[in-house]
Design a protein around this ligand. Structure first.
Ligand SMILES: Nc1ncnc2c1ncn2[C@@H]1O[C@H](COP(=O)(O)OP(=O)(O)OP(=O)(O)O)[C@@H](O)[C@H]1O
Length: 245
């Protein structure tokens, strides 16, 4: 097995706030790993350290055995950010955003060639957004917006996909499309780390699950991680039953 993502003993502070506390995690290539934890448990921070957007105070992060910065520049890492982190008013079309995934394949002048256009067309088709290609990105539903960024990762040829709550505020069709795509990408060798608050969907979505509370409390089979005792550790209550009452 090949380790695609390696986070070792990583601590991150924002000023006085401790966001990650000696977090350690390894994800093997070709796996879909679900990341769960309550609000503020450090999920987004973990994604940002893996992409190199946040530098740890201590500890090491390796992505495909490279530094996060190198891996990002090489185009190996595709990142689907939380919706709040995106400026949806920016005057870019769906096609433009997906094309940004091709920048690493272009020369200095960023002139798109036929292969770039074909890669974008193919990615748009896979996320079922071909008919929206020329629409401004703000004029999409929540689920369609997420699919744009998944398409960007596909066009990029990313071998590691990081998705920060791709199912938040998302319609059922988008959820099903994204879940199916993640499985297809992993079956083709990609590594997927995906955070979600939808615990019920986790066993269908992921091969393994991680319970985060600033540090990794548990990492294993989704059914095992979802045991009420384990969830109580991370959430302090029986979250699985809460939604059904
Ligand atoms: N830029 C920042 N400046 C200061 N504190 C921050 C910053 N970003 C995150 N934090 C704090 O760091 C901690 C971890 O935040 P993070 O966004 O990683 O958690 P999360 O698990 O992704 O939360 P959520 O589920 O609400 O998205 C929180 O206490 C948060 O308030």
């Amino acid at each position: 097995m090949t380790t695609a993502i390696s986070v070792h003993d990583v601590t991150v502070h924002y000023g006085d706030v401790l966001a990650l506390d000696h977090a350690t995690l390894e994800v093997q290539a070709g796996r879909v790993c679900g990341l769960i934890g309550m609000n503020g448990s450090g999920k987004s921070t973990l994604f940002k350290t893996i992409t190199g957007l946040v530098r740890p105070d201590s500890g090491t992060v390796r992505v495909n055995d490279e530094s996060p910065g190198r891996a990002r520049k090489s185009g190996a890492v595709g990142y689907v950010p939380q919706s709040e982190d995106v400026d949806w008013a920016f005057p870019l079309s769906v096609r433009d955003v997906v094309m940004t995934g091709r920048y690493g394949h272009m020369g200095f002048m960023r002139h798109a060639r036929r292969t770039d256009h074909e890669a974008v067309d193919d990615a748009l088709e896979r996320v079922e957004l071909t008919e929206y290609a020329n629409r401004q990105i703000g004029q999409l539903s929540g689920g369609q917006k997420k699919r744009v960024f998944v398409a960007r990762g596909i066009a990029q040829g990313a071998t590691i996909l990081l998705l920060d709550e791709p199912f938040a505020g998302v319609d059922k069709r988008s959820e099903a499309t994204i879940t199916r795509l993640l499985r297809e990408l992993a079956d083709a060798g990609a590594t997927v780390l995906v955070s979600t608050h939808d615990l019920h969907a986790l066993p269908d979505l992921a091969d393994e699950a991680v319970l985060l509370m600033r540090r990794v409390l548990m990492h294993g089979d989704p059914d095992e991680v979802l045991q009420p005792d384990n969830l109580a550790l991370a959430f302090g209550l029986d979250v699985l039953n809460r939604g059904e009452n």
